[in-house]
Design a protein around this ligand. Structure first.
Ligand SMILES: [Zn+2]
Length: 443
């Protein structure tokens, strides 16, 4: 798979070089002046007993109703009338809950659709850190999709309906995507836009197929990437903290490609997927007409929804003592020798594994934002390539920039090809945070 990845990237790199010969001159400046989350936190407004109360509000009656409504639209292939009707239903349901609701229309050369977004604004100073919980409402062409992903939509609506009565530090977005079954088009369009707007998305919880289990299994899996280990650990902590009220077992596993969390990972955001084990078993009828109400285990769905609700609430109030975000280079751009910046076409490239890739020729300048609590001081910032090849360490003050020259890359034997650049910040008090991005270095 890795060789294929590099082959694909080389093809694009050649295309990039051809584009460069057309002498595009692109302004490489990025709006870096916007104020950033100061690190000042409002007090936690939901206490533990209130969270237990919220968990107890998740019930079989509401979830069954949402599931029945969802399945009643029949198969919902993106672009079909049924899919649009389902979008309207989700929009209106969020609206009745009192949220600010909007459609996010997206289009690619061969497919278009819309996402439905409900926002629960946080108490922090603008621009808020944002927490996203999402599922997809489109289905395979012949399937009503009770489990894939009616279960995720039912959980999304249930959690939104309970959380709307409470306030949280961070802004929470509830998003229903379309275009998923053709290659996660809706979520990729959204994540790409968020990256272009430099939105500060703390975490993305993708919820897809959580309504079935084999036998008496209570297991729900969380698919995580290396950069989202922290969400996995946080989830395990939440599951333990509310153990008496959450009759599920959380099993972290390595991320799979294919669900909406991958769109966010490809665009530089921290995202995980909640997904049942053994979803491919024939008895679950995924992508078939048999994925209907009779195959959904609603008791299991209720319990998983409780877990994801507790997690969303805890994340929604999680203090951010220290955060670093790469602002430049931008995801999905081509850079050449510090001076040229070119936005790449941004096709989905879903099955090519090169979505959101950044290509760089020569040296480049890295800019980032760092937010920190007022009583702490930044010690050092340094970057690591490919996880273990540390090559720079420096004390910094705002504006935070590192110049990485071609000579420097050459000296460190960092050659043409795909690398992960990781930037860490530590403080005198011992806190550490990092951000990273995949960069393909061109000859
Ligand atoms: Zn799905």
């Amino acid at each position: 798979m890795k060789n294929k990845l590099i082959r694909d990237a080389v093809v694009v790199s050649i295309a990039c070089s051809m584009i460069l010969t057309l002498s595009f001159h692109i302004n490489s400046s990025v709006n870096n002046n916007e104020s950033y989350a100061s690190g000042t936190q409002t007090s936690v407004v939901v206490n533990e007993s209130e969270i237990i109360e919220m968990i107890s509000k998740v019930n079989k009656t509401d979830i069954t109703r949402y599931l029945e409504d969802f399945v009643a639209f029949g198969p919902k292939r993106t672009g079909s009338a049924a899919c649009d009707e389902c979008a309207t239903y989700i929009f209106n349901t969020f609206k009745q809950m009192g949220f600010h609701v909007e459609y996010h229309n997206w289009s690619f050369p061969l497919i278009k659709g819309k996402n439905v977004i409900a926002t629960h604004y946080g108490l922090n100073a603008a621009p808020d850190p944002i927490l996203i919980i999402c599922s997809h409402y489109d289905t395979f062409c012949s399937s009503p999709g009770a489990n894939d992903d009616g279960s995720g939509i039912a959980a999304l609506l249930t959690i939104a309906d309970i959380m709307r009565e409470y306030q949280f530090n961070h802004t929470i977005r509830f998003i229903a995507f379309s275009g998923h079954e053709q290659g996660t088009y809706g979520s990729f369009a959204y994540a790409k836009q968020a990256a272009a707007l430099q939105e500060n998305i703390l975490a993305v919880l993708s919820v897809d197929m959580i309504g079935n289990t084999t036998g008496f299994c209570k297991k729900i899996q969380i698919h995580k990437a290396e950069r989202t280990e922290w969400i996995s650990h946080f989830t395990l902590d939440v599951a333990e903290k509310y153990n008496d009220y959450l009759p599920v077992v959380v099993e972290p596993i390595a991320a799979i490609a294919g669900a909406d969390e991958k769109s966010f990972l490809d665009c530089g955001y921290d995202a995980v997927l909640f997904h049942q084990p053994h979803s491919w078993l024939p008895e679950f009828h995924d992508h078939e007409p048999g994925d209907n109400l009779t195959t959904v285990n609603v008791d299991f769905l209720v319990n998983v929804t409780k877990l994801i609700l507790a997690l969303t609430v805890e994340l929604g109030n999680k203090p951010i003592d220290l955060q670093i975000r790469i602002i430049e280079p931008s995801e999905g751009y081509f850079y050449s020798y510090h001076n040229f910046k070119l936005k790449l076409p941004g096709e989905n490239f879903y099955d090519k594994k090169i979505r959101g890739m950044t290509y760089i020729q020569g040296g480049f300048t890295v800019k980032f934002n760092i937010s920190i609590t007022e009583d702490d001081t930044i010690d050092v910032v340094y970057c690591i390539i490919d996880g273990d090849n540390r090559f720079n360490r420096c004390t910094m003050e705002s504006p935070y920039e590192i110049n990485i020259t071609k000579y420097f890359l050459h000296k460190k034997s960092i050659r043409t090809g795909l690398h992960t650049f990781r930037f860490l910040v530590t403080t005198y008090s011992g806190k550490t945070a990092y951000d990273e991005m995949d960069i393909f270095l061109l000859p």
